[in-house]
Design a binder for this molecule. Sequence first.
Ligand code: FAD
Ligand code: NAD
Length: 478
Amino acid sequence: PDDQPPPDPSKKTLVVLGTGWGSVSLLKKLDTENYNVVVVSPRNYFLFTPLLPSCTVGTIEHRSIMEPIRNFLRHKKAAVKYYEAEATKIDYEKRVIYINDDSEIKGDVSATEVPFDMLVIGVGAENATFGIPGVTEHGLFLKEVGDAQRIRNRIMDCCETATFKDQSPEEIKRLLHMVVVGGGPTGVEFAGELQDFFNSDLKKWLPEIKDTFKVTLVEALPNVLPMFSKQLIEYTEKTFKEETITIRTKTMVKKVTDKYIEAESAGPDGKKIVEQIPYGLLVWATGNALRPIVKDFINQIPAQKDSRRGLAVNEYLVVKGCENVWAVGDCAVANYAPTAQVASQEGAWLARMFNQMAKTHEIEAELAELSVKQETAPGKDARDVVFADIKDLQKRLRRVKQIGPFEYTHQGSLAYIGSEKAVADIAWWSGNIASGGTLTYLFWRSAYISMCFSTRNRILVCVDWVKSKVFGRDVSRV
Ligand code: FAD
Ligand code: NAD
């Protein structure tokens, strides 16, 4: 039995899946008094992903970029129900979601269903592996807090194992070879952070590794950061060279074993070369893939049969082929890149739309009441008064109903590239400003601080920056 009041039968039940960028920005702006709001997510916090690469080396501690969902939901006008669970299946015909408590502690009930009238899918994406053998078993991803913790521990484990008594020079070289696959922003930012960690801390604490530690970034395309302008790509590649990070472009990883990756590239004569590259740490950052729940949903809806990268949505973010089902963020395909910027704008737009929809219903109900009143009003004067009210309400209704389709405003792309430098392609009036360097890094820091979820997060991140600068990053392995 629930200790909370039962859902209000006069309101529709709005179920929101996920507590990431899309869902949380929706919940932030949503007037929860209009609906019975239910949130389902296995993660009971919001994660500020742009600063996650900094957590892999301890520049920032992970809890500083997490905001408990309970903390934020309790400030909403009307109570919101939250279930820490994974949605395993959406049954569109029956209008129910099947949910599963996947955590360690389970009660008598750990699987049940939640009915919905309206549904927002904001479950994000999984890590793409393209079915390359060995990736899941041996590679580490960088998407969630647990991933960042695993990477942080693995880096230190490699360093400590490399300094183990009687280790052979070959093995030391392998253990200290840090390989990052994927030259998108995740791979680039991580490689930059890792090299920073080595330059400012590891070298000091473990001087014996200083000539062997090496970071290599492997990218299948001809350059890294394809979404940035040419000038910034060149700047990044030049900075990496100065930082002694090796970039291997036009190199496609085809297989992964516990000790080496197998990569294919073209030799100077254009012939295919396959080489085995030994590694100690392998971070796999090759982008997004569909989550199983999204795949399953796509298979249920005939109109989605051609959807490959996510749920196809229309300009109102409605999942094509469905009614009262919307999708936001990385699980939706609306012709925008899968970024936090897009997800949060979509979530905020949807909240505004839901708020307007509730207002529309309210006005329509009032109008229905007034038209009855008008018919029964005694005398012409009374009827005229009601008629004037109806006119006013109709005008209001037209205004409220005027909500245009979702339009994304690109504010620019930002990425940290290590040694206190960042690159930025910022949309400015009708043009673009491309800049890279230390000033851009200061801009990067201030932009991300201002975007943090809460004041609490902002303070914690600033404290972490000062702490790691003054005392160095913590090299303990837990
Ligand atoms: P997410 O934020 O991933 O949230 C998905 C939510 O759904 C999570 O709460 C998850 O627990 C939950 N969930 C998963 N499965 C289920 C299920 N079955 N049932 C219910 N809930 C479920 N973008 C930028 O614009 N700028 C950046 O600087 C930037 N930096 C990034 C750095 C890193 C390291 C990474 C990995 C990504 C970065 N991104 C950045 C991309 C950005 O994080 C994503 O585009 C964004 O998180 C997408 O938001 P979302 O709400 O779709 O998904
Ligand atoms: P991505 O899709 O941007 O890049 C993945 C890269 O991996 C591609 O360049 C691809 O060519 C390469 N690749 C794929 N398979 C490979 C293989 N077998 N061998 C070698 N290379 C291979 O992925 P991401 O960096 O994880 O980013 C995901 C999304 O999140 C993007 O939309 C990105 O814009 C966003 N993001 C943004 C920021 C930021 O703005 N600072 C930071 C992180 C992520």
